[in-house]
Write a protein that binds this ligand. Structure first.
Ligand code: ZN
Length: 312
């Protein structure tokens, strides 16, 4: 349906990572990012700009930690993209979300170009069962994947958690569906796309499911790397680089081997926003139809049922 993308500078495929800050520590992040930098990869690191004051479902260090802030601003200077993962690791009211987004601007000199919702934040936007439509939503409700709250309020104007207008005015790209397929673009050829039924998000993108060391390595197998190259595709790997990648101060050796192998292929290794901007320049922005969206939803639900047992 969509012609093969011509990548810049004679590159044959594109690869990047969107790394959520869950479980981040200064030590882990320093080790992982020195390695990515060494390989010449420039990826996207999502952060929490402000510290929470309650119990998180999944927590981690925030930009209020001086050492961590130094690390991420340094990454930004080196060409990594800094993105948003809600403003902190637990639910925030509108006022706190606005404060966190202002803080992001103050720290990084721009509004977040890209963001992903954090599990356990009820202000997440079009999240939980609002990710889905029609029959898919009914099925999701029955299976109740979230196990916690299915209802998220970021896009509901009457809620004290509403921040849809801030998202629309400040954030360019938001992550939605993830798939167990290395070529994200093959699973979601529309991306980045806008969805008329979800107007507070400007553009959506999909990702490949590499949430922890196990799934990341499985997806980055040698045969999958070769597939990505052969298909001339694009992979946006969604992950938590603090989930098992570093043990006792050492990076997992198999992860190192696989990523080094990938970095030696003729790929284009740029942050998520640069990759998405390029896709827009090549093929224009797509407005997704309900039929196309339904197919993405069904494919995502199937992936969750079979592979991830409900983890987002
Ligand atoms: Zn998260």
């Amino acid at each position: 349906m969509f012609p093969r993308v011509q990548w810049p500078d004679g590159k044959e495929f594109a690869f990047t990572i969107f790394d959520d800050p869950d479980f981040d520590t200064v030590e882990n992040s320093t080790i992982v990012y020195s390695f990515l930098e060494q390989l010449g990869l420039r990826t996207t690191k999502a952060v929490w700009p402000i510290c929470g004051n309650g119990r998180p479902k999944f927590g981690g260090v925030t930009c209020e930690d001086k050492e961590y802030l130094r690390l991420v601003t340094d990454l930004q200077k080196k060409g990594f993209e800094i993105a948003l993962h809600n403003v902190t690791y637990h639910t925030s009211c509108r006022q706190d979300t606005a404060r966190g987004m202002d803080k992001f601007y103050e720290l990084f000199g721009h509004h977040p170009y890209s963001m992903a919702n954090h599990s356990g934040c009820d202000e997440s936007i079009y999240w939980g069962n609002s990710r889905l439509s029609g029959a898919q939503r009914i099925l999701y409700n029955l299976l109740h994947f979230g196990r916690g709250s299915m209802h998220h309020h970021g896009h509901i104007e009457t809620s004290p958690l509403f921040w849809g207008d801030l998202c629309r005015d400040r954030v360019k790209y938001v992550r939605n569906f993830t798939y167990g397929e290395i070529n994200t673009l093959q699973k979601c050829p529309y991306m980045p796309y806008n969805d008329p039924d979800r107007p507070y998000v400007n553009n959506w993108f999909a990702a490949s499911e590499g949430r922890d060391i196990r799934s990341f390595q499985a997806l980055l197998s040698e045969s999958n790397q070769d597939k990505l190259l052969r298909e001339g595709g694009a992979c946006i790997m969604y992950t938590h680089l603090a989930s098992g990648f570093v043990e006792k101060g050492n990076l997992n050796p198999e992860f190192k081997r696989l990523l080094r192998r990938l970095s030696l292929l003729n790929g284009w290794f740029v942050p998520v926003t640069e990759l998405l901007d390029y896709l827009v320049a090549q093929k224009g922005l797509c407005t997704i139809s309900r039929g196309q969206r339904g197919a993405l939803e069904r494919s995502w639900l199937w992936h969750k049922v079979v592979h991830t047992r409900g983890r987002s």
